[in-house]
Ligand binder design. Structure first.
Ligand code: NAG
Ligand code: NAG
Ligand code: NAG
Length: 343
């Protein structure tokens, strides 16, 4: 059944125009620097609030489903798929001309008990392949990218032990990527993780993981690395070094879940500038619209306040994007470092 037959779009989209929230779309300005989009995480419960939909529509170029495409939301029991929330998000994005970053398939968290109960490798492989195929077939041709693998690494760069790696082993990553590629070859396939915000052993481990999945002479399985960038205050200046080191993997890079406690304008500006100046960094997404809807709400880490007003950080991004483009740098040009452990 085709997606567009499922929901009457006109009932979903508010008819009342909302006053423009800010003076400039940071998405449009970001694209002027040759980037793909500046996006935002959201979902049905936010987009049904008119002010959120207006901001997502006017100021951002892509959406990531914050929760609606996670495993427990999509397949709460085996073979029983619930696409209600994901359909809403995808319909909203298509109707409003936004790109979509799907999120996610192989993650150690947010798994229903029926998945955790599977201890037979072949059964879990069958379940994983079916899940990926069902989701990507439903949204065939509509997704820009998908975080096929989420948070696979420990801080020392070794592979994290999860239900997936315990039952299937490290081959789970190749199996998932191949299933995603087969189901929709038009989707860019990402590995997404946190604390890639400076040049560290986890960054080296990520480069090694991507290299192991993209062996020379074969079509690559991994198209991009997502750096979540849930920063601590003060970390923004190191982000550039992390992006340059990730560039060694030779795939796209996206900043996928940016938020910064306190939303200091200069820190947001520094992160946006880092993505502008590192050529493989193709896109940037922030993890929510309004501070009170952030997953760490007490830190006020986002670009809009509780009254949906653009914060100084928003305007500082617009300011840096309005200045002339800096020359791009790519990787340092050397061979990939061998510092990662355990892959
Ligand atoms: C499907 O998911 C939606 C949330 O998007 C939820 O409200 C609904 O109860 C779910 N349906 C079933 C049958 O579980
Ligand atoms: C998971 O296994 C436990 C223990 O065998 C069982 O009690 C439970 O019902 C199972 N849950 C699901 C969702 O299959
Ligand atoms: C990152 O750190 C490693 C290990 O110290 C080093 O070899 C590499 O040159 C660094 N990369 C960048 C881009 O600074």
């Amino acid at each position: 059944m085709k997606l567009f037959a499922l929901i009457s779009l006109s009932t979903l989209i508010s008819a009342t125009p909302v006053k423009r929230q800010v003076t400039a779309s940071i998405d449009n300005l970001f694209k002027n620097h040759g980037k793909t989009f500046l996006g935002v995480a959201t979902d049905e419960k936010y987009l049904t609030v008119q002010q959120n939909a207006a901001i997502a529509g006017q100021d951002f170029g892509a959406v990531t489903p914050e929760n609606s495409m996670k495993w427990a939301a999509i397949e709460p029991s085996r073979g029983v798929f619930n696409f209600t929330g994901a359909d809403y998000l995808v319909n909203w994005a298509v109707t409003n001309g936004k790109s979509i970053r799907g999120h996610n398939f192989v993650w150690g968290e947010y798994l229903p008990n029926w998945v955790l109960n599977i201890t037979d490798a072949q059964t879990l492989i069958d379940v994983l392949q079916n899940h990926i195929t069902q989701v990507l077939n439903r949204y065939q041709g509509l997704l820009y990218a998908f975080d096929v693998i989420n948070e696979p690494l420990n801080q020392d760069g070794s592979l994290k032990s999860t239900h997936w790696t315990q039952v299937i082993g490290p081959d789970v990553f190749r199996i998932a990527l191949e299933a995603a590629r087969a189901a929709d070859p038009s989707v860019k396939l990402y590995i997404n993780d946190y604390t890639l915000d400076w040049n560290n052993t986890k960054v080296a481990g990520m480069v090694n993981l991507v290299n192991s999945l993209n062996p020379p002479g074969q079509p690559p399985l991994v198209d991009g690395i997502g750096s979540q960038a849930h920063l601590n205050a003060g970390e923004a200046p190191s982000v550039h070094g992390g992006l340059v080191a990730l560039s060694e993997a030779g795939v796209d890079i996206a900043i996928t879940e940016l938020d910064i406690p306190g939303a200091e304008p200069s820190e947001y500006q520094t992160v946006v500038q880092a993505c502008i100046s590192v050529r493989p960094c193709v896109s940037l997404s922030v993890w929510g619209i309004r501070d009170p809807d952030s997953y760490r709400p007490t830190t006020n880490p986002l670009l809009f306040d509780e009254s949906w007003q653009a914060k100084p950080a928003y305007n500082s991004i617009a300011g840096v994007l309005n200045s002339p483009s800096q020359p791009s740098s790519s990787s340092a040009g050397g061979s990939a470092s061998g510092a990662g452990a355990g892959n």
